[in-house]
Design a protein around this ligand. Sequence first.
Ligand code: KG4
Ligand code: ZN
Length: 327
Amino acid sequence: MLTLGIETSCDETSAALLENSTVRAAEVYSQEVHTSFGGVVPEVASRAHVRKVDRLCVHVLRNAGCAIDDLDLIAVTDAPGLAGALLVGISFALGIHVGYNKPVTGINHLEGHICSALLEHEALTYPFLALVVSGGHTAIYRVDDFGHYECLGRTIDDAAGEAFDKVGKLMGFAYPAGREIEQEATRFTGKPELQFPIARVTGNPLDFSFSGLKTAVRYYLQEQDRDFLPKNRPLVCKAFQKAVVNSLVRNTLAASEKTGIKKVALVGGVACNGALRGALAEVFGKGLFVPSVRFCTDNAAMIARAGYERGRRHTTSFPRMEPSRQL
Ligand code: KG4
Ligand code: ZN
């Protein structure tokens, strides 16, 4: 079964071709144009997708030695995401659907992230927990089977990646700032004296909150002399990163204790973070499954992987855009 995946929900344009569950070709174009704006500008993102989506699809087909006629399914992200950006991918997929009479399925972006853990890990069997940590989402799901997701906890305000990006902005880093904060943090080798508070959410103890942490960093920096930050960026980055990692690990451990499930898939852009990977590996050992970096950030291989599962189960569904569609 040949599945073409298309992802255009935010600021990455991506296409991938899977033969059954194996990636034959994959390409991602990251829209760097947003860096100068300090965040993703929806209108700019949509226009940039239009410029790239056709070429990326042609490239992956060519690299895999396939033609459109060979395709068995087109899988395209249809929610959640920026409306204009999603429309580019969906419309392109519908064009192939109409022009070549190929079946098409809509894929939830978060389901795609969860499936990214299956791309390289055959040992990841159901049930497992999925910690989805990206720029737009932070949640823990209980995954009992493909298509069976129960959200055990989610952020009540900022996503973990959003916290990295906002704190990065406070410290003068370009958007997105996650990678740079991690790199800066590794430059601090001592034991950080500095500790930022991690909010405990009342109500569901598996929920997250990161907006208080961002404010704590802002107030802390406001209290310092002007020459403090240039000399102490590594310390602040390390303390901030530690607070985020501790919160994510604490709730994932609590979710594991609550459900008795010891396998954890760590997915989404923040899953690139080495400190987070290391801390979860300490707790879950061989029970931790993390995709390669290229499959953590937004990509179409994960969308095609979810599409393949839907295709072989005959549970495909036509793309539909509903603003508040949750997984
Ligand atoms: O999954 P993704 O590509 O897009 C969304 O669906 O949001 O995630 C992007 C997020 C950004 O917030 C970025 O700062 C963060 O992932 N990120 C990182 C790292 N690499 C990317 N956060 C922490 N450490 C990293 N190494
Ligand atoms: Zn994402």
